[in-house]
Design a protein around this ligand. Structure first.
Ligand code: G
Ligand code: G
Ligand code: MN
Ligand code: NA
Length: 254
């Protein structure tokens, strides 16, 4: 069977899973939010990572229904966490540019939020610079409409694209996520360290929250805390967790 047909069936056969990677407050060390990361449990190939199937999903536009499944699952899990007494966890979800081309984006997101009665400010949509700047006027208008619903936005993989700050300035962004390639070499490459420091300063001057991705060592965490980075995400803090593991970690933390 073609992988496209298999991916089409994956939704119906319940083969997709949303994991959650904690984002930790640098000052308090507590989980402030989580990023939803998609996995596909393929019946023959086993566990597939986003890199194995998101490009195909984007090419075939299957990312549109998959994306709605993700938002629906995240809202479902927000209510599950609420039952465990974890009521204020922000959940970030990755959105591809193709999802913004769907004419029903606003109506469907709005419908899902109402169906689950989730407070919209608990949702954050992560977009890359590249996604935000394709068909920029249209994407910007849709971002603003979603912002009016109460949804927050994060600029993902920051530093890897080609956007100018003047473009970003007009968009309703709350958070900047520093790409993990900079964090990786930050303590061995002076240039990367300067870039990370500059992004933190830029974010704060624009009153944005700044998150470092791919934090793997204590030394990186110490430096980021010292540099004023608000939040950290990476294997040092936590692997992506399933919702039960996430509940357990958060209940222990309380
Ligand atoms: O889990 P992993 O680090 O392999 O994810 C890599 C990338 O895959 C993420 O940074 C994100 O860009 C993309 N991705 C993960 N989950 C989703 C999803 O639910 N929807 C979309 N559109 N992209 C996702
Ligand atoms: O594309 P995006 O940056 O949104 O997704 C994050 C990806 O990075 C996920 O696939 C996740 O599994 C991976 N990831 C998360 N933490 C770390 C880390 O500390 N190191 C590395 N190398 N990858 C990470
Ligand atoms: Mn992301
Ligand atoms: Na990222």
């Amino acid at each position: 069977l073609l992988m496209e047909a298999e991916l089409r069936q994956a939704l119906r056969r319940n083969e997709l899973q949303l994991l959650y990677q904690p984002r930790v407050d640098s000052q308090t060390g507590r989980v402030s939010s989580v990023e939803g990361l998609l996995r596909w449990h393929h019946p023959q190939r086993g566990l597939l990572m986003p890199a194995d199937f998101i490009p195909l999903a984007e090419r075939t536009n299957l990312i549109v229904p998959i994306g709605y499944w993700v938002i629906n699952q995240a809202c479902h899990d927000i209510n599950l966490l609420d039952k465990w007494g974890i009521g204020d966890l922000h959940v970030a979800i990755n959105l591809s540019f193709q999802q913004f081309k769907d004419a029903k984006l606003l109506a469907t997101v709005s419908h899902i939020i109402k169906k689950h009665q989730v407070r919209p400010h608990l949702l954050e949509f992560e977009l890359t610079e590249t996604a935000m700047l394709q068909e920029q006027a249209d994407v910007a208008a849709k971002m603003k409409a979603l912002q009016q619903l109460g949804i927050n936005f994060a600029l993902d993989d920051f530093g890897t694209g080609f956007s100018s700050f003047s473009h970003i300035q007009g968009l309703p962004i709350n958070t900047i996520k520093i790409d993990r390639s900079f964090v990786k070499n930050m303590l061995i490459n002076r240039g990367d360290q300067v870039i990370v420091g500059a992004i933190i300063e830029l974010a704060h001057n624009l009153s944005l929250t700044v998150v470092a991705e791919g934090v793997e060592t204590c030394a990186q965490a110490e430096w980021l805390k010292m540099a004023g980075c608000d939040e950290m995400q990476g294997f040092l803090l936590s692997q992506p967790l399933n919702v039960e593991e996430l509940c357990q970690r958060l209940v222990e933390e309380q």
